[in-house]
Write a protein that binds this ligand. Structure first.
Ligand SMILES: Cc1cc2nc3c(=O)[nH]c(=O)nc-3n(C[C@H](O)[C@H](O)[C@H](O)COP(=O)(O)OP(=O)(O)OC[C@H]3O[C@@H](n4cnc5c(N)ncnc54)[C@H](O)[C@@H]3O)c2cc1C
Length: 663
């Protein structure tokens, strides 16, 4: 009996059309399939032994893969889009992520035209390999607290870079530890007897001939990180400078420069131009979140359909664990969230092009709102996805804890996303600051824009309570949107009122930071719900595709309402009865998803290679493969373990050499 084949026959919608919706277009789907196939069928990209490799072997193999991928890019003449997709399917953090994702964009964003012409061609052909060295031992989130110094010496027209104290040691940059030849280094600019704060510099750290660290550079890897495999394929590094000199034109000078005489000059290029790159990076993070989440959910859904526990009657088999309401209530909201984040990512791609178009016209009016919303969306999507991968592991019971499930490595590789590109709590506090400012400006008649426009309606949102009187009312998009708007507005107003009462506004903000984080989260969840509902307003071809997505959208919104009951009750927007109606409606929706669950994860179109999970296999043949995997494990290469003669036999045979030792 092939359980998953039976499940697929139950689907009530056209899976192939859903694949197109998930991929974004038919072209994107084909591109993904071609790249996924290319990687899965190339033995160099094998990843099944990653978790048992020693760190040096693991790392060397990552280098092999990166070099092989680069060869493919050139021999097959892959476009940038194809190459990026291929890197995604290789599914292994590598130095190339930092080179292409941070080093090159930094030069593009902060370098002058002349600097770009000098450095980018070298970086594009990988004649130099770069990293992004901002974080130090002592400071990460507080960038203004960085202590590395770049002192200008007019007598030689050079900067001198130094690490004055231990806490100024660069610590964490990926690709720094063992690979990068160059780094974009953030350091305090000292010139003309003054400290001009943190600026970026391109510094060569290793020889292009023999890869030895250059004189005055002390560099290495920071050591083994969380989990087996996971992020250990990356050489996160440390870096210290001892009077390292480099020419003045290696300061990235688009926004500010230093003259030959050592005078600091601010350029007339608006500082805000850098915001475009930030939106782009955050859009990619949100897309990554939906991707990682969809992988975890695929594994947990397929396995939940295959796995049976309890309830056998007569000839009938035991119950599939996916049929338990508790399993559904933990799993289906995550399935819905994966789709929600995908539509959010698509919207953020639009936001990016909108921001770029505005920047070109020197229109900076939407930037504070865009800055806040993208910071918050990075925060909530990565936190939720990390928690969700761990929940999927638990949904798979004991077998989920085996590396063969693919989930431990997925989690270990993903979870740092909560920290890099901005600590998630620090980011939510930035959103909260924006919300407080927006509310304070309402009095002056300033209308909030974009994702904060609803705050213009704050009076109505603060006074009108929810109108739901029967379960079906919860399916009305306006009702749902209003609920999320009211929750967010009320939490924010509550904080603003309390801060206004404090004798010192800053101290009030610090005192209320827990509540402010809740308000910021509510604001961001409203954005996700709204974007999902907006996406469903457009044409979505394919049999019952839209109706399935509508069910998932309702699950996403209602599961948030039931998970955050406290917010809705404390703000007085919902009654206990209305929450009970939401819970009952959610149970209805779970029943509607149930026959479609396996097909809905098939629509993510993840290959077995990419999932790397025995539990999430397309054919559902879990047990045979778990058993065979165990037989192949290095621990089982001989029936009698190494160490038997030394450490087991003497115990069993009562032959341990006992000597009286002093305690
Ligand atoms: C896998 C990985 C890869 C990385 N890659 C790079 C890289 O390539 N280049 C690079 O430069 N850096 C890199 N980093 C570093 C990363 O960017 C920083 O770790 C991150 O910015 C967080 O800063 P931090 O470590 O100083 O945390 P901290 O700011 O010290 O955070 C510690 C705790 O304090 C809390 N906290 C901090 N400030 C506040 C506040 N104002 N209010 C309330 N709570 C606060 C945080 O929420 C957190 O709970 C990487 C990190 C990791 C884990």
């Amino acid at each position: 009996m092939n359980t998953l084949a039976q499940e697929r026959r139950k689907a009530e919608f056209d899976v192939e059309s859903m694949k197109v919706v998930w991929a974004g277009s038919m072209e994107q789907l084909h591109l993904s399939q071609r790249m996924a196939h290319l990687v899965a069928n190339d033995p160099v990209f094998r990843k099944d032994f990653r978790v048992t490799q020693s760190r040096p072997d693991l790392f060397k193999n990552t280098l092999r893969k990166a070099a092989h991928a680069w060869k493919l890019v050139q021999t097959l003449r892959l476009t940038e889009e194809e190459a990026t997709k291929m890197r995604n399917y290789i599914d292994e953090p590598a130095y190339t992520d930092l080179h292409w994702g941070m080093f090159i964009p930094s030069i593009k964003g902060q370098g002058t035209e002349v600097q770009q012409q000098k450095w980018l061609p070298l970086a594009y052909k990988q004649a130099i390999l770069g990293c992004y060295a901002q974080t130090e031992l002592g400071h990460g989130s507080n960038v203004q607290g960085l202590e590395t110094t770049a002192t200008f010496d007019p007598s030689t027209d050079e900067f001198i870079m130094n690490t004055p104290v231990l806490t100024a040691t660069k610590w964490w940059p990926g690709a720094l530890g063992k690979v990068a030849t160059h780094a974009v280094v953030y350091a305090r600019l000292l010139t003309d007897g003054k400290d001009y704060g943190v600026h970026a510099f391109i510094v060569q750290i290793r020889s292009l001939e023999d890869h030895q660290p250059l004189p005055g550079v002390i560099v290495g890897d920071i050591g083994v990180k969380f989990g087996n495999g996971g992020y250990n394929t990356m050489d996160n590094g440390f870096l210290r400078f001892n009077n390292v000199r480099f020419p003045r034109d290696q300061m990235l000078m688009r926004l500010a420069s230093v003259t030959k005489e050592g005078k600091y000059v601010q350029s007339d290029v608006p500082r805000q131009l850098g915001y475009g790159a930030m939106v782009y990076v955050r859009k990619s993070i949100v897309m990554d979140a939906s991707n990682y989440l969809s992988r975890a959910v695929t594994i947990a859904t397929r396995y939940s359909a295959v796995r049976r526990q309890f309830g056998a009657q007569g000839d009938k088999p035991e119950i599939q664990v996916i049929d338990y309401m508790t399993q559904q209530s933990r799993l289906f909201p995550l399935l819905a969230t994966a789709y929600a984040y995908r539509f959010l990512g698509v919207w953020m791609a639009w936001l990016y092009s909108d921001v770029m178009a505005r920047l070109e016209k020197n229109d900076f009016s939407t930037l504070p709102e865009v800055h806040a919303c993208t910071a918050g969306l990075k925060s909530i999507t990565t936190s939720t996805t990390s928690d969700a991968i761990e929940e999927c592991r638990k949904l798979c019971g004991g077998h989920g804890y085996l590396c063969a499930s693919g989930l431990p490595e997925l989690y270990a590789g993903y979870v740092p996303a909560c920290t890099y590109e901005g600590d998630n709590v620090v980011l939510l506090l930035q959103v909260a600051r924006f919300l407080m400012k927006t509310l304070s400006l309402l009095g002056a008649g300033k209308k909030p824009a974009g994702t904060a426009a609803y705050l213009g309606n704050v009076r109505q949102l603060a006074t009108q309570n929810c109108q739901v009187i029967k379960g079906a009312d919860w399916l009305n998009p306006t009702t749902l949107q209003h609920a999320f708007e009211a929750r967010s507005a009320r939490l924010a107003v509550n904080c603003a009122t309390q801060i206004a009462e404090a004798s010192n506004q800053e101290a009030g903000f610090t005192e209320l930071s827990m509540e402010l984080v809740d308000a910021a989260r509510a604001h961001c969840e409203l954005i996700v719900v709204t974007r999902f509902m907006e996406a469903l307003k457009r044409e979505l071809p394919g049999r019952e595709v839209k109706s399935q997505l509508q069910v998932l959208c309702n699950i996403y919104a209602l599961s948030l309402i039931t998970a955050r009951t406290g917010d809705f009750l404390v703000t007085g927007y919902l009654s206990h009865e209305q929450i009970d109606l939401a819970k009952a409606k959610l149970r209805d929706l779970f029943r509607q998803v149930r026959p479609n669950a396996v097909a809905l994860v098939d629509a993510f179109d993840h290959s077995d290679y990419y999932l790397g999970s025995t539990l999430g296999r397309y054919d559902g043949n879990v047990y045979t493969n778990l058993y065979n995997d165990a037989l192949k494990d290095p621990m089982n290469q001989s029936p009698v373990t190494e160490g038997y003669e030394e450490f087991i036999r003497p115990v069993i045979k009562q032959q341990l050499q006992l000597s009286r030792s002093k305690i």
